[in-house]
Design a protein around this ligand. Structure first.
Ligand code: GLA
Length: 388
């Protein structure tokens, strides 16, 4: 009898002990993802070209280390044993070989699948195969799993994502688990112990303020992040979707503002442009070390909107060492004149040195009024450091 009890406890143990892997994504994940530019037109040679371009452009050094292969890497069916297999034409060397290559070039290997029966692009989904698939990913050396929500039928989001979390934990390879449930069931309220990041919205589009059926320009995505700041922190981030920086559809100012505000939001910085062909200006935006440092600040606090006047918004982010990032953002369509009395920012205590992170210039101290013109859809991003 005793023996039976012990045995049944042992059988339950993996499920009871299952949890997400702790100690991962202590700052927002940074990387590059295939989807925003290439959608289904991906192959192992394209991934390798991107990896090399990320290295030669200096992006990898700037912090972009997760290379994520999004939807459409799979063959249209599982094999006879029910295993996931890559498309034999576009990924002829297989995913283990791709993972080995990425690791040898200093990247972490990310892959996409879906909690439903099929991915959004119609490839085999993970439903009912979670434990088998987690073992497959572990055997391929996967470090990051983006898990989508198409074709989920009547499945319950919390239960479904917890099953995949448990499967990953049971496979024993640490994997950053990225929930892509689009914010449907408010994952910020329940996913802290399930994944390391969760999408908060539908898909981003490469535009400032356009709207599709399931997708939005970044202006609207930003708006929907207001109030979510309390739910993010080291190891559990809100994900307002990947970057469109540098993609046709955004002006340079809109790309700069998008990058600045995603940094203030402590959002994952997943570039989604064709890094083989980007301009010097786009590269400068994506690799500005002082802006990336705002995003990656070890305190891990998501910034918030402090003020919202027509056309003039102020977003702020508390940083370590008692510093603050302050982002003036012109959401309107005309240039505005900023006039800021620093005394009106109550979280500031004493005087601060001001650094303009895009002009890369020190601008004096917070004792004087701050005045500057701000162009439409653009930002001024400052870092304030206390004068001790
Ligand atoms: C969904 C996700 C996107 C992308 C596509 C792939 O729309 O939200 O980020 O992964 O699926 O089909």
């Amino acid at each position: 009898m005793k023996k039976m009890l012990v045995l049944s406890f042992l059988a339950l143990a993996p499920a009871l002990l299952a949890q997400k892997f702790e100690g991962l994504a202590l700052t927002p994940p940074m990387g590059w993802n295939t989807w925003n530019t290439f959608q289904g037109k991906i192959s192992e040679s394209l991934i390798k070209e991107m990896a090399e371009a990320l290295i030669s452009s200096g992006m990898q050094k700037a912090g972009y280390r997760y290379l994520v292969v999004d939807d459409a890497w799979e063959a249209s069916e599982r094999d006879a044993q029910g295993n996931l297999v890559p498309d034999p034409v576009r990924f002829p060397s297989g995913m283990k070989a791709l993972g080995d290559y990425l690791h040898s070039r200093g990247f972490q290997f990310g892959i996409h699948n879906c909690a439903g029966t099929k991915t959004c692009a119609g490839y085999p989904g993970g439903r009912g195969h979670e434990f088998q698939d987690a073992l497959t990913y572990a055997s391929w050396g996967v470090d990051y799993l983006k898990y989508d929500w198409c074709n989920h039928g009547t499945a319950n989001a919390q239960e479904t994502y917890k099953t995949m979390r448990d499967a990953i934990f049971t496979a024993r390879r640490p994997v950053v688990f990225s929930l892509c449930e689009w914010g449907d069931t408010k994952p910020w309220l329940w996913a802290k112990d399930v994944g390391h990041l969760w999408r908060t919205t539908g898909d981003i589009m490469a535009c400032y303020d356009c709207q599709g059926v399931y997708s939005l320009g970044w202006k609207f995505i930003l708006e929907s992040q207001v109030g979510l700041e309390e739910y993010a922190g080291p190891g559990h981030w809100n994900d307002p979707d990947m970057l469109e920086v540098g993609n046709p559809g955004l002006t340079l100012a809109e790309s700069r503002a998008h990058f600045s505000l995603w940094s203030i939001l402590a959002a994952p910085l997943m570039a989604g442009n064709d890094v083989r062909k980007m301009s010097g200006e786009v590269l400068e935006i994506l690799t500005n070390p002082e802006v990336i440092a705002i995003n990656q600040d070890p305190l891990g606090k998501q910034g918030y909107r402090f003020m919202n006047h027509p056309g003039k918004q102020i977003w702020v982010k508390e940083l370590s060492r008692k510093e603050w990032a302050v982002c003036f953002y012109n959401s309107g369509d005309d240039t505005v004149q900023l006039r800021i009395d620093w005394n009106h920012l109550p979280f500031l205590k004493g005087s601060y040195r001001i650094r303009d992170l895009w002009q890369k210039k020190d601008l004096g101290q917070t004792s004087a009024e701050f005045r500057a013109p701000l162009a439409a859809h653009d930002v001024i991003l400052l870092k304030l450091s206390p004068i001790s």
